[in-house]
Ligand binder design. Structure first.
Ligand SMILES: NC(=O)c1ccc[n+]([C@@H]2O[C@H](COP(=O)([O-])OP(=O)(O)OC[C@H]3O[C@@H](n4cnc5c(N)ncnc54)[C@H](OP(=O)(O)O)[C@@H]3O)[C@@H](O)[C@H]2O)c1
Length: 348
């Protein structure tokens, strides 16, 4: 096997990207070496170069979602063999980054590809499912979250039957997986905000009501009151801009949980006056990376069963070089209800 590969390197903090040849890493204990066929883009991949946040290990290899074929199995790995098709939570450091042709994968955040999805579709799943589940299902794990009992554990499916949930940004990647895990947990109604052109697709995933993302907080509260009179004890803000955070905080019931996916931006006076649990959950890029492993034990079966569905994908041409165009589209908010994907092996 060749010892060199191509990778997209972010050369310096807030610096430029370059495609360069670098060595292929060797898997250590509980690791796999994967030949990456599909890598997906996330908002964090443009925020790191734009703001110089999160990463310090320059030159940096970004990319938090990958799918491909196992090339080599490290010591102590169980359940995987050379040639297996897999998808996995990539990042958070260079040797695990998805924007290269070969990378290491931690076996506990890797799943075999079921026969009903492609590499491209599979790569839309990891960060979305990780972020959705880690913010909500923290019963008995040492992580800040909404303390729900996992739907993938015995007795978990349908456990929250009849309880409402509101998800801001249902058509985002995080939102689409949050809708699906809420459905598996039995939540009903599942109310989400999005552009209304995406309503049918979100209802197929499990949303019961799709409200226009441009409604004012008052109008949103009025619409929700027409749907349910129960207290909103679980609210998930998959967008977490200041405007959505403050609206989400307002509608969360006293004592309820509001899950955020970006740093908190709620008006401090408002927050101090209302007893609500605000969870700032930076899972996929933070300490939750390792804690996410338990959903991975059943992910192949959940996807095979069709109860966790991948996103619609948009393929960018040019292999790793196509990432730059994709990051620009994400930054300009020009991607709706879809995951941008590249094929690293097609890099010139
Ligand atoms: N904490 C973590 O571990 C973690 C992990 C992943 C992502 N994130 C963060 O979570 C956020 C979402 O990431 P993502 O990958 O899910 O994003 P994404 O898929 O790129 O989001 C695009 C979608 O956002 C929707 N949207 C944008 N503004 C909205 C608003 N004001 N109200 C409702 N929907 C809105 C759009 O919906 P329409 O097209 O329907 O208008 C669009 O479909 C990002 O800020 C990202 O950095 C955090």
């Amino acid at each position: 096997m060749t010892t060199q590969q191509k990778a997209l390197l972010l050369k310096d903090k807030q610096g430029r990207f370059a495609i360069e040849a670098i060595p292929i890493p060797t898997p250590g204990a509980n690791e796999l070496l994967v030949k990456i066929e599909s890598a997906a883009l996330n908002p964090v991949d443009w925020k790191v170069p734009e703001y110089g946040i999160i990463r310090e290990d320059y030159p940096v290899i970004l990319g938090y979602d990958a799918a491909g074929t196992v090339e080599e199995v490290g010591p102590e790995v169980q359940g995987f063999a050379k040639g297996d098709k897999v998808f996995y939570q990539a990042g958070p450091t260079n040797e695990y980054g998805a924007f290269q042709q070969y990378a290491l994968a931690k076996a506990n955040v890797t799943a075999k590809l079921p026969g009903n999805i492609t590499f491209d579709e599979a790569t839309s799943i990891p960060s979305g499912i990780t972020t959705a589940t880690l913010g909500l299902f923290t019963h008995n794990i040492n992580l800040d979250g909404a303390e729900l009992y996992p739907f993938w554990e015995e007795g978990g499916r349908g456990k929250y039957s009849g309880r409402p949930i509101v998800i801001f940004g249902g058509s985002s990647c995080v939102g689409q997986f949050t809708i699906q895990v809420a459905k598996l947990s039995g939540f009903s109604p599942i109310i989400t905000t999005a552009s209304l052109r995406n309503a049918d697709m979100l209802k197929e995933l499990g949303a019961t009501h799709v409200l226009d993302r441009n409604l004012s907080t008052d109008a949103l509260s009025e619409e929700i009151a027409k749907i349910t009179s129960k207290p909103l004890e679980i609210v998930y803000d998959a967008i977490s801009l200041p405007v959505t955070q403050n609206a989400a905080f307002d509608i969360t019931a006293p004592g309820g949980y509001l899950v955020l996916v970006l740093s908190e931006a709620i008006d401090p006076a408002k927050k101090a006056s209302q007893p609500k649990h605000v969870i700032v959950h930076l899972g996929a890029t933070g300490p939750g990376y390792e804690a996410s492993n338990s959903v991975w034990t059943t992910l192949t079966e959940l996807v095979e069963e069709g109860v966790i569905q991948p996103m619609r994908v948009q393929i960018l041409s040019g292999g790793l070089a196509g990432i730059l165009e994709g990051l620009d589209l994400l930054k300009k908010d020009k991607v709706s209800a879809a995951k941008l994907v590249v094929h690293p092996q097609e890099t010139a």
